[in-house]
Design a protein around this ligand. Structure first.
Ligand SMILES: [Zn+2]
Length: 270
């Protein structure tokens, strides 16, 4: 048995260039997201995977049309999860990141952000961390490596800087923060299938290594509004530095708790 965990976002899918929730094109974008996840699943199964867990990680996290996935695929949907979008990764063998985007502050990227646009800076042990690095360290904490990633070129450059050996697919290049040169969606999906198959084969052979941070982990989080930093400073151990910046030092699960508390509760309550 070889189980692949697919964390799936939408901003890094082919054709997605602006937040389109509740607009007519939303359904089309969700279809493309589902199709790219399906392309990754087809490759994973062809490469020897036997089970797939898909984790919807975008906004309300209910974007993927589950009925269109093959019956080997379970789907985690819904918000307010302890590990944000990586819960249950400990029961899996390999991680794929499909449709992700670059971290907040990236200059040449499509919709760069880190979880939401209220976070303006996030570092782990002094290293800028976007959703790519956060995914890798959560999986790494449980001994699970990342094997492939797809998204815009800025995201792929970002993840390759910390995980140089993984299989990657670039589906578009930024023309601005809300515009992209998109490659043809069918070409993107066939490349995703090919990369996923290679990644599954390599993962079964043990070619990927988990990405682990040295503990204790130092978190620096900068937010848009002082009230958010004030709320976070109520957590024991959190140090506030100036108006909009907090620090926390601890084991990785505690650090992820602080981030999850902000993303899932504090930033939703105001
Ligand atoms: Zn998203």
């Amino acid at each position: 048995m070889f189980k692949v965990f697919i964390a799936a976002d939408i901003e890094g899918t082919c054709g997605y260039v602006d937040w389109a929730e509740n607009q007519p094109e939303d359904a089309l974008r969700r279809e493309e997201m589902t199709a790219e996840v399906n392309a990754a699943i087809a490759g994973a199964l062809a490469g020897g995977a036997t089970d797939i867990v898909v984790s919807d990680m975008h906004m309300l996290k209910q974007n993927i049309y589950h009925g269109r996935l093959p019956d080997q695929a379970s789907l985690i949907s819904g918000t307010k999860r302890r590990w944000m979008w990586m819960d249950t990764v400990q029961a899996c063998d390999l991680v794929f990141l499909i449709g992700l985007h670059a971290r907040c502050g990236s200059p040449c990227a499509v919709l760069p952000h880190t979880m939401n646009t209220l976070i303006t800076g996030l570092q782990l042990n002094g290293v800028d961390a976007g959703e790519a690095l956060i995914s890798a360290v959560c999986a790494g904490h449980f001994g699970v490596p990342v094997g492939m990633a797809s998204g815009d070129r800025a995201f792929i450059d970002e993840i390759r800087s910390c995980l140089p050996g993984l299989e990657t697919v670039v589906v578009k290049e930024a023309v601005g923060s809300c515009a992209a040169l998109n490659f043809h969606p069918e070409i993107c999906k066939s490349k995703i299938t090919e990369a996923a198959e290679n990644a599954a084969r390599r993962g079964i052979k043990g070619e990927f290594k988990p990405y682990c941070l040295q503990e204790p982990v130092v978190l620096r989080l900068e937010v848009t509004w002082p009230g958010y930093a004030e709320a976070l400073s109520l957590i024991p151990g959190v140090r506030r530095n100036g108006g909009r910046e907090i620090y926390y030092t601890g084991a990785l699960p505690e650090v992820i708790s602080v981030i999850s508390l902000f993303v899932n509760w504090v930033s939703k309550a105001t």
